[in-house]
Design a protein around this ligand. Structure first.
Ligand SMILES: Nc1nc2c(ncn2[C@@H]2O[C@H](COP(=O)(O)OP(=O)(O)OP(=O)(O)O)[C@@H](O)[C@H]2O)c(=O)[nH]1
Ligand SMILES: [Mg+2]
Length: 321
């Protein structure tokens, strides 16, 4: 391994924050030579000796994900004085998201500046849509740097909220306790992927409304997931006042079944392998003569019928006469 990478690895293993930040920059880099370097580095990292916990938070914009991560994170750090927490905020909509970093850090007042917390805003717009494996790599890097708790935040839009499932052990949905809107707006795919939900901002909501929203969400989850051993939990919280945070923590703890998580992590690796496969294939195709062919076909889109073009595509790959 080249000297630069060895130094980075040594720094990471020593828990050095600057090294971690550099490794995360390497992971985010799109330069071709960095792609190979990051795999060499990741491959050289030791498996953490302590158990690690990866919790994902998704939910509608403004539901209070960042605030909840801040409050819950501070609570966890207080409960476990030996542990460190890394918070990775994923913005799937943009490749670089310098702007949102500032917003998140002001929203995470307890954690920003906390000696045992590390915050990083991560742009993860993969060109195939959804989350990029880079976010998973970032989790691994944080763990190698000694962070045993990893909180991941992504805004609940599009495919990325469900894909977050593959980067974390538990997936939580942060919702607002306003009537049935949240339940109706929840996509089936997301309901199937959830481990729990936090109904946030109960400090500003009448208790009856909170109960109704909680009941509706629990009913919907039971209806969909009732056949399973574990139905996702629903907890009412206020990230602002701290109400319900201890209960949320207990629920997360109960849902964390080490054997199940270990099995799930194995399946996740298969998922990311497929992502690497797809990405490499796309890159290879774009650089091959087929890349030019595709560009030519696109130019003909207005002249020829779609079916003509489709036949040419299939012929190009030898899939039809
Ligand atoms: N009253 C009240 N306000 C809250 C609570 N949690 C968050 N907020 C406020 O809601 C607004 C949005 O909070 P964020 O934590 O930024 O929400 P988010 O889901 O991370 O938002 P995006 O990342 O933009 O999707 C902020 O003004 C918070 O102060 C809460 O429990 N009670
Ligand atoms: Mg946020």
């Amino acid at each position: 391994m080249e000297a630069g990478l060895s130094a980075l690895r040594a720094g990471l293993e020593a828990g050095d924050r600057i090294s971690l930040a550099r490794v995360l920059s390497l992971i985010e880099s799109v330069r071709a030579e960095d792609v190979a370097r990051r795999f060499v580095l990741l491959d050289s990292l030791p498996t953490p000796t302590q158990p690690t916990y990866r919790v994902g938070f998704t939910g509608t914009p403004g539901a209070g994900k960042s605030t909840l991560i801040d409050t819950l994170g501070a609570y966890v750090l207080e409960q476990y004085p030996e542990t460190q927490l890394a918070v990775l905020t994923v913005d799937p909509s943009s490749w670089r998201s310098g702007g949102s970093l500032l917003g998140d850090q002001t929203r995470m007042q307890h954690l920003s500046g906390h000696p045992r917390a590390f915050l990083r805003s991560f742009a993860s717009g993969g060109h195939l849509g959804g989350l990029h494996p880079r976010i998973y790599e970032a989790v691994i890097a944080c763990e190698a740097a000694g962070f045993s708790w990893i909180f991941l935040e992504t805004v609940g839009t599009g495919q990325s909220e469900i894909e977050l499932r593959y980067a974390c052990d538990l997936l939580l949905y942060v919702a607002l306790p306003y009537g049935g809107d949240e339940v109706q707006g929840l996509k089936r795919g997301l309901m199937e992927a959830l481990d729990g939900a936090a109904l946030n901002k109960v400090d500003t909501t009448p208790p009856a409304e909170v109960h109704r929203a909680q009941f509706q969400l629990e009913t919907a989850l039971h209806f969909l997931r009732g056949m399973e051993e574990r139905v996702p939990f629903v907890v009412a919280v206020s990230a602002l006042t701290g109400l319900g945070i201890a209960e949320l923590w207990t629920k997360i703890h109960e849902a964390y079944l080490p054997d199940h998580i270990a099995q799930q992590r194995t399946q996740q690796r298969a998922y990311w392998l497929e992502k690497y496969w797809q990405e490499a294939l796309q890159t290879w195709l774009a650089r091959s003569p087929y890349g030019q062919l595709y560009a030519d076909l696109r130019k003909q889109a207005t002249e020829k019928s779609l079916w003509q073009l489709a036949r040419e595509v299939y012929r190009a790959f030898g899939l039809m006469e």
